[in-house]
Design a protein around this ligand. Structure first.
Ligand code: B16
Ligand code: MG
Length: 222
């Protein structure tokens, strides 16, 4: 029996654009130049770490109370975008893959760094697909640490070597690999070169390939 663990942002929905707008808004206020390219570094990275990176970019050091206020401000801004989301924002062919796996009774989990993961899944009406949701509120060590995926595997009751992870961030692929899981990158193969397999997006994932994965031997321990 295999288990599938999905990242959220960049795999199921494209919330990176909303994170970008919210970070950009804060960066503008602080006078720190911030481009979409800079935002790439924030993918899969915790909110707190993102703000640390932004302040490093601006050469700023601030008291904890100010740091926490900006974190909250960014999140409130981000939540305003999230509140407008609906199922039209699910990335192409994601439901096709989820429906196929659900049809085979394959246990699925969500493993995301986002503290807003549950709210986003509700907005796009995908909550019911997942037996368990492990999000940024439950994890102490951020990706590339494997904690988020190991908790997900434990809750699915599937050994890590029989879990398949779908991830768009290199840190997430590294996390899956160090958990001993089969890693599928969603995005640019040059960025996600450490993955066992990479697809540009879900439209490239054929059902025959998914079927093969279901019968794959457990991933050997390195
Ligand atoms: P939040 P993922 C990650 O989600 C995002 O990729 C990353 O850009 C974001 O900073 C992080 O969640 C925290 O999000 O501010 O909502 O707690 O890709 O792990 O699903
Ligand atoms: Mg992601």
């Amino acid at each position: 029996m295999k288990g599938f663990i999905f990242d959220l942002d960049g795999v199921i929905v494209d919330t990176a654009k909303y994170h970008y707008l919210a970070w950009k808004h804060l960066a503008d206020q602080l006078g720190i130049p911030f481009s979409e390219e800079d935002n790439e570094r924030f993918k899969g990275v915790s909110r707190r770490r993102c703000l640390e990176i932004l302040l490093e970019m601006g050469g700023m050091e601030v008291p904890q109370i100010q740091f926490d206020a900006w974190l909250q401000e960014k999140n409130e801004d981000y939540l305003r975008y999230i509140s407008q989301m609906d199922s039209s924002e699910i990335l192409p062919d994601v439901p096709r893959v989820l429906d196929y796996l659900r049809g085979k009774d394959i246990p699925m989990a969500l493993g995301s760094a986002s503290k807003n993961a549950k709210a986003i899944l509700e907005k796009v009406e995908l909550t019911s697909y997942f037996r368990t949701i492990v999000d940024g509120t439950e994890v102490a060590k951020a990706k590339p640490d494997p904690e988020v995926f190991l908790i997900a595997a434990y809750r699915l009751k599937i050994p890590p070597a029989d879990c398949v992870v779908l991830e768009d961030a290199l840190a997430g692929i590294e996390a899956a690999n160090s958990a001993g899981m089969y890693s599928i990158g969603i995005g640019d193969p040059k960025v996600l070169f450490e993955a066992d397999r990479v697809f540009r997006d879900f439209t490239q994932i054929e059902l025959d390939y998914l079927e093969e994965l279901l019968y794959l031997n457990s991933k050997p321990v390195k």
